[in-house]
Design a protein around this ligand. Sequence first.
Ligand code: UDP
Length: 223
Amino acid sequence: MSDTLFAIYGASGCGRGVMPLARAHCHAHNIALEQLVFIDDGRISDEVNCHRVLTFAEFMAQPADRRFVNLAIADSRVRERLAHKCAENGVLPWTIRAEASQIYDDVVLGDGAIICAYVTLTSNIRIGRHFHANLYSYVEHDCVIGDFVTFAPGVHCNGNVEIGDHAYIGAGALIRQGKPGQPLRIGAGAVVGMGAVVTKDVPPGVTVVGNPARRLEKGEKHG
Ligand code: UDP
């Protein structure tokens, strides 16, 4: 395995939370820890939590036949841009999953996901690329989730829900169950505020907050 390099892209909050999962993966697969680094283009230190920090250019300059990267940056637009850059440079997406997570039957998970500790994905679920499921989140049966979707910690996504690309679901949000053939829909690029209780569809690009969740108007502040 010495010809393969592994990286967590982003050495800030998200990346530092994901690195221990990556390290556990390396232990389980006999990958030397020297082969696991952070990439951060704005790095303020050469080392973070005992791992080397390289810029992308430095990472590409390391001798390796194969390179795997997990994009551990919460901003989904940044993830998308970096996913293109990695693909153009032949860097492969790397999915990272905590041992203390559960995935049941017929779950299709796109490349480059982060499945944190105590996340459960139940059955018959489709999820796109570079999904982030933060601590204690769940996705229940028959959900369809797009690309570059982000769940902050403790999101409860009940069954028969559809979520569009680049949606962001804040910490502790509850999403009501849809019906078979009539899913509850959260549109592409929508934002669900922390602790919101979503009881009906959220249009694309709209921010909702509160219980029951209501649209946050332009210029209005949350809280
Ligand atoms: N970053 C990077 N290359 C980019 C964009 C961002 O290396 O093209 C890094 C940035 O330097 C920062 C991290 O990604 O260290 C994002 O950290 P931030 O605190 O903004 O967010 P989070 O860790 O919560 O995703």
